[in-house]
Every structure is written in structure tokens, then in C-alpha cells.
Ligand binder design. Structure first.
Ligand code: ADP
Ligand code: MG
Length: 318
């Protein structure tokens, strides 16, 4: 199958919202008056972000999910995306499954594929998403204020547990591994929650590299510090690992690949945060508070302050 057959067969569909889609030199988007365009790109590289033998349907899902997660973090509504694809060979079964996973998630979020580029080469997937947000209402990393509450959506650490198990660093019961692996390979972008938090959250981002590092970006850009309770954020699967508190804590704090939202909001807005969580059907947990002095303090399962080394670890091996 040649390049153009591939594009026509798997990546060309009638346009819905865009003014012009696949097949011309540019796609055309008609921005809604009063809205700002939110644009973000994320690249997935074989061997770096996924295993060569990953299920292509799941890979298609994840390639878009990580991009939608960035729109979610800004409170933007997804509109469209482009797909730049480098493929070792035109394997139509593989590309078909990839497109199925990709377009199912795209349809679920009414985010249409409007163009891209296709080339032969090492497996590499780069997606650029376009969303829109009312002018001036995007959620940013820089708005956290001392005294604000800190929240995360969903659970943290599951994806990292799966990765460690797949690398052979630990053994999980089969059902636990399957559930964790779904979180690693098919993350849920918190798109509805992000939009529901507009006007409520003072800052937000998505947790892609691990809570400590990512929350650190909010703290640095907002020029504040924080105290968080590490008991509250653990993985869905923590019960299976009750005898390994240290591993659970590392995965929770520095696991990566979570694609949950971390955000701050004034304490007066707790009811509004709860309403946003309910309206978007997304669990949200309050994990700490923003402090005026710089630095990140962590409390352990006894409510004691953890050693300083946790606050600064970035390289992480179990
Ligand atoms: P150009 O020669 O202008 O670079 P291409 O021949 O690369 O255009 O692509 C032809 C059309 O197919 C363009 O509209 C482009 O956006 C679209 N396209 C190419 N690859 C993809 C892809 N992987 N997914 C969606 N659209 C694609
Ligand atoms: Mg091209």
C-alpha cells in the first residue's frame, strides 16, 4: 500500500466542523468569535514512549490522549488535530488498528483529524491538537496563590506500576497488571473536568512526568511552595501492594504517564470544585495546600514530614 492509499483509506473522512480537511495543502479551521485557539504537540517515539510490540489500537488511543490531556489542562474544548506519522512499513493491519484506536477517541471528543504528514522511517507519531477556550479563560500554571487548595483527579502511579511490571522489575497478579496496563496504554484525558474548572481553578496542568516534578512547574511559575499529603493520591491498585509502601509512594509521586490533572483553587471554592468533579464524572482529591514560602513539603502515611530527598528526586528506579 502506497502513501496516498494509506492516507485515503485510514486517515481521510468527511469534515464536520473544520472548513477544510485532509486532501489539500492546508486544512482550514474557522475559529469561533471571542475564543482563543489552544495549540499543543506531543510526540511518541518507539523505544522511548512505547514498546515496539504494543497493541496498535492502544497506541492510536494514547497518541491522541496525551495531546487531549494538554487541552484539558488548559480548560480548552478540543476541535481538531493533525497527525505526522513516520512508519517503517505500510502494514495495513497495523495502520488500520492504529487508526481505529485513534479515531474512536477522536470521535468521543468530537476532535477531527484534518491533516498531517506520512513518511517512511522509524516509528514515530507526532500529533498537534487545536482546541478553543473563551478569551482570557485558559487555565495556566502561573495562577496559584498561597492558601489555595491543591487537587489531583483520578489516581496516580498505576501506569508506572504497569511499566515496572512489564520491565520485569516487579510481579503483579494478572488482573492487577491488566488493569494497570490499561492505565499505561489507554490513559483517560480529563477533558470535561478541565473545561468544568474554568473560572474555578487558579492554576492547572496535566501530570505526565510525575506529580512532584509537574506540581513543581506550577509552584515555580506561580512563585509559591506547597505541602502535600502523600496518603491521599495513591494508585487504584495500592491495596494489592500494601506491603510495599515505598514502591507505591515512588510510583505515586514520580511515576509518570498518569495524564491526570493537578490544579489549585481557593478554599472558598471547594463546593464549586466538587460540583465540577460531579458534572464531569471525574473523581478529584484534595491533597494539600499552596504555601507562601518556596519548596515542596511532603507528609507520609503517619502524617510525618518525609525526608528532604523525596522533594528533589528526579531519576527514579525501583
Ligand atoms: P504535501 O505534499 O502538501 O505535504 P501530502 O502529500 O504530505 O501533502 O499530504 C496530502 C494530504 O494528506 C494533505 O492534506 C495532508 O494534510 C494529508 N495527510 C498526510 N498524511 C496524513 C496523516 N497521517 N493523517 C491525516 N492526513 C494526512
Ligand atoms: Mg507532506
Amino acid at each position: 500500500m502506497g502513501e496516498f492509499d494509506l492516507i485515503r483509506t485510514f486517515f481521510t473522512r468527511p469534515v464536520r466542523r473544520a472548513a477544510l480537511g485532509v486532501g489539500d495543502d492546508c486544512a482550514l479551521l474557522a475559529p469561533t468569535p471571542g475564543m482563543q485557539l489552544a495549540v499543543s504537540s506531543d510526540m511518541l517515539v518507539e523505544g522511548r514512549h512505547f514498546f515496539a510490540d504494543v497493541d496498535p489500537l492502544r497506541l492510536g488511543h494514547k497518541a491522541l490522549a496525551v495531546n487531549l490531556s494538554d487541552l484539558a489542562a488548559c480548560g480548552a474544548r478540543p476541535l481538531a488535530f493533525t497527525l505526522a506519522l513516520s512508519l517503517p512499513r505500510a502494514d495495513s493491519a497495523w495502520v488500520g488498528a492504529f487508526a481505529e484506536g485513534l479515531l474512536a477517541l477522536a470521535d468521543a471528543h468530537e476532535c477531527e483529524l484534518i491533516g498531517g504528514d506520512t513518511t517512511q522511517g522509524p516509528l514515530n507519531i507526532c500529533i498537534t491538537v487545536f482546541g478553543e477556550v473563551p478569551a482570557g479563560q485558559a487555565l495556566l500554571r502561573s495562577g496559584a496563590r498561597a492558601g489555595d487548595d491543591i487537587y489531583v483527579s483520578g489516581t496516580l502511579g498505576d501506569a508506572r506500576l504497569a511499566l515496572e511490571a512489564l520491565l520485569g522489575h516487579l510481579t503483579l497478579p494478572p488482573a492487577t497488571l491488566a488493569a494497570a496496563r490499561l492505565r499505561l496504554e489507554m490513559p483517560t484525558p480529563r477533558v470535561a473536568l478541565g473545561q468544568a474548572l474554568r473560572g474555578i481553578a487558579s492554576s492547572a496542568l496535566d501530570v505526565s512526568d510525575g506529580l512532584l516534578g509537574d506540581l513543581g512547574h506550577i509552584l515555580a511559575q506561580s512563585r509559591v511552595g506547597a505541602c502535600i499529603d502523600t496518603r491521599l493520591t495513591g494508585p487504584l491498585l495500592a491495596a494489592d501492594l500494601a506491603d510495599n509502601e515505598e514502591l507505591v509512594r515512588k510510583c505515586t509521586l514520580a511515576g509518570g504517564d498518569d495524564y491526570e490533572l493537578c490544579f489549585t483553587a481557593a478554599p472558598e471554592l471547594r463546593a464549586q470544585v466538587a460540583a465540577a468533579a460531579l458534572a464531569s464524572d471525574t473523581p478529584v482529591t484534595r491533597i494539600g495546600s499552596v504555601q507562601p514560602q518556596a519548596g515542596l513539603r511532603l507528609l507520609d502515611s503517619q502524617g510525618q514530614e518525609l525526608l528532604e530527598r523525596y522533594a528533589s528526586f528526579d531519576h527514579f528506579s525501583v
